[in-house]
Design a protein around this ligand. Structure first.
Ligand code: MSP
Length: 672
């Protein structure tokens, strides 16, 4: 019996022939986002993942390790469960195909099909690929190589048991035709349909003679054979429901699965083998089988032999689970192939998280702390009515668009819309300049509007980001002074934006996403003492009024209104590399009135610059501005903080204004 309002999601069960990699993490994180989201929306979720422990690959890996297969599986299983813990995966159950209850279900199903004569014994001769554990027909094989893995294959003749898969061909085609949602994305659905409509579907060998492979579930009707690993593995999606949902009410009522998430390489086994097995077993079919794409690494196929396998544990060590999860689902549209690179991950963390939600939180809370004694104020009159209306409209739509997006597994689109609200809020803060309002006693009501709006936007962003970044979301809410249990369903998503927030006492904490420093190219080690040509803390890193004089004998050492600065040649000027730089963040240097520490982006590179502009500017006012920096200045330390360049500003002893641009200019653009 199907129970309404359940949501059953599965990942593939992973082979335990090796430790987990980014591909395993990818599917499991995607499944976790859906599981968390639907729980939060009040559905009875069952999220299943686990391990595929039988078959040739596992037997071979165990032999290589010099242990029996079960010992090998028991050793490797914790690698997966530990990684899921580190990645904050909220699965409800973890199946291992060596679990006795699973084996019993597989045997029961085999017996049922055998009794119904849907499994029969026959001779089979064909081309066999040991690596892929499958037979190929004559026409598939080119040059004695497996068409899939390109390894040499051998001709093999043996008795085997076959499942009458072929007889379901028409029914399968019809089902796929009538259910648009059944195979997704649409391109994959068309591929499967195309293949089914042009080729005859054969029967499926579901046994292996023990003489060739002993590591598997024995056939209940012939003790000389074990079950083909895919027949055994696919059954996990139902067998798990018989013994794993302990304490969860639905049990078998979770079936049919709402979503089977799989990689594109195992779509056929799911869309064709599993579906026809279910037809034969007279079980309802899953609603959706979604095939995602594959990751390459720095443009190359990921493989052990290339030594480029991405270890998710290392990513968690370096970037944290939230940032890695975010990257995986933001980088590539789900369903398409993508390329992983360390630099892409750094860019996303810095540009989208540190400079995005992290910065919005820290700006907002700093201002609430300073101007409102740490208590979120109530709204006052409108400050920038048009922008406030855009924020409100987007904020009100966001829960709906998120749900539509997640229903369609468009993770990236959902994140981009969330980023859009974040961006609007940044613009709002830049334009309303609350640091200026704070200095005008009569503008307090306006200041309150800005801070209240930003804080409410942050609450909404946190709630919608929760499925993607559970830790960060909890931290944002905590820092806003809210205590909400995100793992519990939220009653009224419509009120996410409107619900009052004024009066909460914030608890500003550590920065959510510290920027990842990448060493600027060509940077040289810096000493504590500034290099001679470097400005000192007293006359900090704004541009000197005149370029250094090449010939003291003919030019005055300092400029004055009366004195003429020395002339330089164009070649001399060209030695100075000026670039447009976008301010990602800014903060005051402790114990200094003048110095601000800026993180700026030069497009491909990020720099830290210490500049003496703190009397003129509040740090918050600079974020998002594009300024001009001297990019080839030797790094130096100012009050012990490394400065990797210098900003250009007008003024003499006092800074009057920063050099910036009339038009939008990309960070990193040369300035001449
Ligand atoms: N045991 C079978 C699945 C049985 S499900 C009833 C299996 N296991 S696997 O460990 O080899 O692969 C598991 C998943 O990892 C597959 O969905 C596969 O697509 C995915 N990936 C393997 N390499 C990958 C990438 N480079 N990128 C993304 N996913 C990839 O197949």
């Amino acid at each position: 019996m199907t129970i309404p309002n359940t949501f059953y999601i599965t990942t593939p069960i992973y082979y335990v022939n090796d430790v987990p990699h980014i591909g395993h993490a990818y599917t499991t994180v995607a499944a976790d986002v859906l599981a968390r989201y639907w729980r939060w929306r009040g559905r009875e979720v069952f999220f299943l993942t686990g391990l595929d422990e039988h078959g040739q690959k596992v037997q071979q890996a165990a032999a290589k390790a010099g242990v029996d297969p079960q010992t090998h599986c028991d050793r490797l299983a914790p690698q997966f469960t530990h990684l899921w813990q580190r990645l904050n995966i909220s699965h409800n159950a973890f199946i291992r195909t060596t679990d006795a209850p699973h084996q019993a279900v597989v045997q029961r199903y085999l017996q049922q099909l055998y009794d119904k004569q849907l499994i029969y014994k026959a001779d089979y001769t064909g081309w066999y690929c040991t690596y892929d554990e499958r037979f190929w027909t004559e026409k598939d094989v080119v040059g004695g190589l497996c068409p899939d893995c390109k390894r040499p294959i051998e001709q093999l003749s043996e008795h085997n048991y076959f499942f009458r898969m072929g007889q379901y061909q028409e029914r399968l085609i019809e089902h796929i035709r009538q259910h648009e949602e059944f195979i997704r994305p649409a391109s994959r659905r068309n591929e499967v349909l195309g293949f089914l409509q042009t080729q005859k579907l054969g029967d499926l060998s579901i046994s292996r003679p023990k003489s060739r492979l002993s590591w598997g579930i024995e056939l209940p009707f012939d003790k000389d054979y074990v079950t083909y690993v895919w027949f055994d593995a696919l059954v996990n999606y139902i067998s798990a429901l018989e013994y794993l949902p302990q304490g969860q009410p639905a049990g078998l009522g979770y079936w049919p699965a709402d979503v089977h998430l799989v990689g594109k390489d195992i779509l056929t086994t799911h869309a064709v083998y599993w579906t026809t097995m279910l037809m034969a077993l007279e079980q309802p079919l899953p609603n959706t089988i979604f095939a995602h794409g594959w990751w390459t690494v720095d443009g190359e196929k990921m493989s052990k032999s290339r030594g480029n396998v991405v270890d998710p544990n290392k990513m968690v060590d370096q970037f944290g689970a939230d940032a890695f999860r975010y990257f995986l689902l933001r980088e590539v549209p789900f369903g398409q192939d993508g390329d992983f690179s360390h630099s892409a991950l750094v860019t996303t963390v810095n540009a989208k998280l540190a400079n995005g939600i992290g910065n919005l939180l820290s700006r907002t809370l700093t201002m609430i702390e300073r101007s409102c004694a740490g208590v979120i104020p109530d709204r006052g009159p409108a400050v920038l009515p048009e922008l406030e209306q855009r924020i409100e409209e987007l904020a009100k739509q966001l829960p709906g668009t998120t749900e539509t997006g997640l229903n369609a597994l468009l993770f990236r689109d959902v994140l981009l819309t969330i980023e859009e609200l974040n961006g609007l809020c940044d613009e709002y803060i830049d334009k309303s300049a609350p640091w200026k309002l704070a200095k005008q006693p009569e503008a307090q009501p306006q200041l309150h509007t800005v801070l209240n709006t930003s804080a409410r936007a942050l609450r909404l962003l946190a709630l919608l980001l929760y499925p993607f970044m559970p830790n960060a979301a909890a931290q944002i809410l905590q820092q806003l002074g809210l205590s909400l249990d995100l793992s519990q369903p939220l009653a009224t998503p419509a009120g996410l934006w409107d619900a009052p927030l004024a009066g909460c006492t914030i608890q500003k904490g550590a920065s959510l996403f510290p920027r990842i420093e990448s060493k600027p190219q060509g940077a040289t080690p810096v000493s504590e003492t500034p290099a001679p040509q470097q400005p000192t803390a007293a006359a900090p890193t704004t541009a000197p009024a005149a370029p250094p004089s090449p010939a003291p004998a003919t030019a005055p050492a300092a400029t004055s209104a009366a004195a003429q600065p020395a002339q330089i040649t164009i070649d001399e000027f060209m030695k100075v590399q000026l670039k447009a730089a976008k301010v990602l963040s800014a903060e005051r240097v402790p114990k200094s009135e003048k110095l601000l520490k800026l993180q700026v982006s030069l497009g491909t590179e990020q720099r830290q610059i210490v500049a003496g502009i703190g009397k003129k500017y509040e740090p918050e006012a600079l974020v998002g501005k594009t300024i001009v920096i001297v990019a080839n200045l030797k790094p130096a330390k100012l009050m012990g903080i490394e400065s990797q360049g210098m900003v250009l500003a007008a003024g003499d002893s006092e800074v009057r204004g920063l050099a910036t641009f009339v038009e939008d200019v990309d960070p990193g653009t040369k300035v001449k």
